[in-house]
Design a protein around this ligand. Structure first.
Ligand SMILES: *Cc1c(COP(=O)(O)O)cnc(C)c1O
Length: 381
């Protein structure tokens, strides 16, 4: 894919890859339904772009962290079921109820959601969240019976309708760890206790992408998948390709300077790297303001289809690539791919080079990088 003339920096988002990934994951999880997580602007890909492509490919639900993210989907005309699960005292539950947004409830939110429902005279649709071991959001097992009792009362008053009961896994990306078994058995126990309180939800959901792909016993009625839909592997030891997933983002730019420097030349702030022979250097106009981690060391970059490595520190706006011996063919304006597309470079490799994971690499691509939406299936037709 070639960026349009003049595009200085582009995150090319391929909707065909998103649709392909939704269908690929659906094959793993059927007959369970699929919620696609489009929080954080669709992991940096553009929430609306991803939402539309995912629904087009058969996704049943959309998931966001914040109500504001869910409301933005509604404002854009998306009518599919949406769940938002991370709230603060400032969250506008009334707006959520009015716009048919389902709400994750871990504890304190219940009374506020019920009050909003009462003022609107419309029942709120909630999904109760139980903490089965992650130690983040969700009701503790100890607080669960009391929460259920309160839910029961609000239900009887017609203020609350329990649509789902869910939990989130801590180590599903390491499929052999026993803590996932422990979380699943705690979850089943929480379902039983709920049933004893007369609360049975149609949508039991637990699995994130790694569990969707590796733990059929975690599928229940629905899976909540994010990273896999973006064509990224959730596993440290498995490539996206080996899972049948296609990266949906290609980060591109062009070479903004080329020059030859003598042996001993230091490169970028801190002079953490010096070339040990006369070398050609290419300047890449992307930096940490664009989401390229400052911590990246010896990170891969494709220029005209050839693999090179970064040299020295990533700065705010730019970093340097060592092209090797001084007689280079690389010129100002040549095509650069940081990851994705035909480069063969994965966001996961950038994660490894930066002490982080592919999730963070794709999600943090900055606002200074325009997203350009493409559909490679249409281009090929
Ligand atoms: C982000 C998120 C997911 C999706 O996780 P992936 O690992 O990207 O599939 C699922 N559930 C919850 C609660 C989340 O916050």
């Amino acid at each position: 894919m070639v960026s349009p003339a003049g595009a200085e920096r582009t995150a090319l988002i391929d909707t065909a890859a998103i649709r392909h990934n939704v269908r690929t994951i659906a094959e793993f999880v059927r007959p369970a339904k699929m919620m696609v997580a489009v929080k954080a602007d669709g992991y940096g890909h553009g929430a609306l772009t991803v939402a539309r492509a995912a629904l087009d490919a058969g996704a049943d639900w959309l998931g966001t962290a914040h109500v504001t993210e869910a409301l933005a989907l509604r404002e854009a005309g998306i009518e599919a079921p949406v769940l938002a699960w991370l709230h603060t005292r400032g969250t506008d539950f009334a707006q959520a109820i009015e716009h048919h947004i389902d709400l994750g409830v871990s504890g304190w939110e219940l009374e506020e959601v019920a009050a909003a429902a009462a003022s609107l005279q419309t029942p709120a649709r909630i999904h109760l969240k139980i903490d089965t071991g992650l130690g983040r959001n969700g009701s503790t097992m100890a607080a669960w019976p009391d929460l259920l009792q309160r839910v029961r009362q609000h239900q009887e008053q017609g203020l609350i309708s329990v649509e789902g009961i869910f939990t989130h896994l801590a180590v599903a990306d390491e499929p052999d760890r026993r803590e996932t078994d422990e979380q699943l058995s705690a979850y089943r126990q929480a379902l039983e206790i709920a049933a004893e309180h007369g609360i049975v939800a149609d949508l039991r959901h637990v699995a994130n992408t790694p569990a969707a792909l590796s733990r059929p016993d975690a599928h229940f009625d629905m899976v909540r998948v994010g990273v896999g839909v973006y064509g990224q592997s959730p596993f440290a030891d498995r490539s996206a390709e080996s899972l049948g997933l296609k990266p949906a983002m290609e980060l591109r730019t062009t070479v903004s300077n080329v020059k030859v420097v003598p042996a001993g030349q230091g490169i970028s702030y801190g002079l953490t790297h010096r070339v040990d022979r006369p070398s050609a250097l290419a300047l890449i106009p992307l930096g940490y303001a664009d989401g390229i981690p400052r911590s990246a060391v010896h990170a891969p970059v494709s220029i005209n289809g050839t693999l090179y490595r970064s040299a020295g520190r990533v700065a705010m706006d730019q970093f340097v690539v060592d092209l090797g011996p001084a007689d280079t063919d690389v010129q100002v304006g040549d095509e650069v791919t940081i990851f994705g597309g035909a480069s063969g470079i994965s966001a996961a490799e950038w994660g490894t080079a930066s002490g982080t994971i592919n999730y963070e690499i794709i999600t943090r691509i900055g606002a200074r990088v325009p997203r350009e939406v493409t559909d490679t299936s249409a281009a090929a037709a």
